[in-house]
Design a protein around this ligand. Structure first.
Ligand SMILES: [Zn+2]
Length: 218
């Protein structure tokens, strides 16, 4: 039976940064990987530069292809105003009913971005009563102030998929440029080296376990 994975990012590029190597690894293993992006992506940054929905959606599609994602789904909520209401929980419920994922990955509840927090709450609500057996929160990025709340327990060796992850991040041309181009890549790589150091791999990604079921891991 094919293992199914649902990765849910508040914004385009979130899951590539937090779990891109893991998602690419799952895709290579033959798992069906689905990506759900909750906001439409467009926003104006603190310097006043604007990014359009279409630009980010196109970049998201390209990155998903690189990672081997089977399907990318957009929900189009407003960036910075993502609700964690009954309405959105019902919509994600429907996606979970359709896909029936074995593994659900989203953000960490103590991430400093309000949209990421909302996404974590939505994942917990939708995973109630054992509806999803493996629930993981991805790593908050180091520049977020509450990174110390993140306590990883599950490490994934991404030595063979790091380059795919970096290629996916580069394909988000607008965000890649915004975050310093190859400086961003160096930083992502440095994180993977640090997490790999903890577990004896060249490069790793790590997750906080919300729930884990033994049946698909052993
Ligand atoms: Zn984000």
């Amino acid at each position: 039976m094919t293992i199914k994975v649902l990765a849910m990012g508040a914004h385009p590029d979130d899951m590539e940064l937090e779990a891109g190597g893991t998602l690419a690894k799952f895709a290579k293993k033959g798992y069906d990987v689905y990506l759900l992006i909750l906001t439409s992506g467009g926003y104006t940054d603190m310097t006043g530069k604007s990014y359009t929905d279409n630009q980010l959606k196109e970049e998201a599609k390209k990155a998903s292809e690189i990672l081997g994602v089977k399907e990318v789904i957009f929900f189009d909520y407003v960036t910075t105003n993502l609700p964690n209401s009954g309405e959105i929980i019902s919509r994600v419920d429907k996606i979970v009913d359709e896909i029936r994922p074995d593994i659900f990955i989203s953000h960490h509840p103590f991430d400093s971005h309000q949209d990421h927090k909302a996404a974590a709450d939505i994942m917990f609500a939708v995973s109630r009563q054992g509806r999803v057996k493996n629930v993981l929160s991805g790593s908050t990025l180091p520049y977020r102030p509450n990174v110390f709340a993140f306590r990883p327990q599950f490490f994934v060796d991404i030595s063979e998929t790091l380059e795919i992850k970096l290629k996916a991040i580069r394909s988000y041309q607008s965000q890649y440029n915004k975050f310093g181009s190859e400086v961003l890549i160096d930083r992502v790589k440095a994180m993977a080296i640090t997490h790999g150091w903890a577990t004896g791999y060249d490069y790793a990604e790590c997750f906080e376990v919300i729930r884990m079921d033994e049946s698909i891991w052993v």
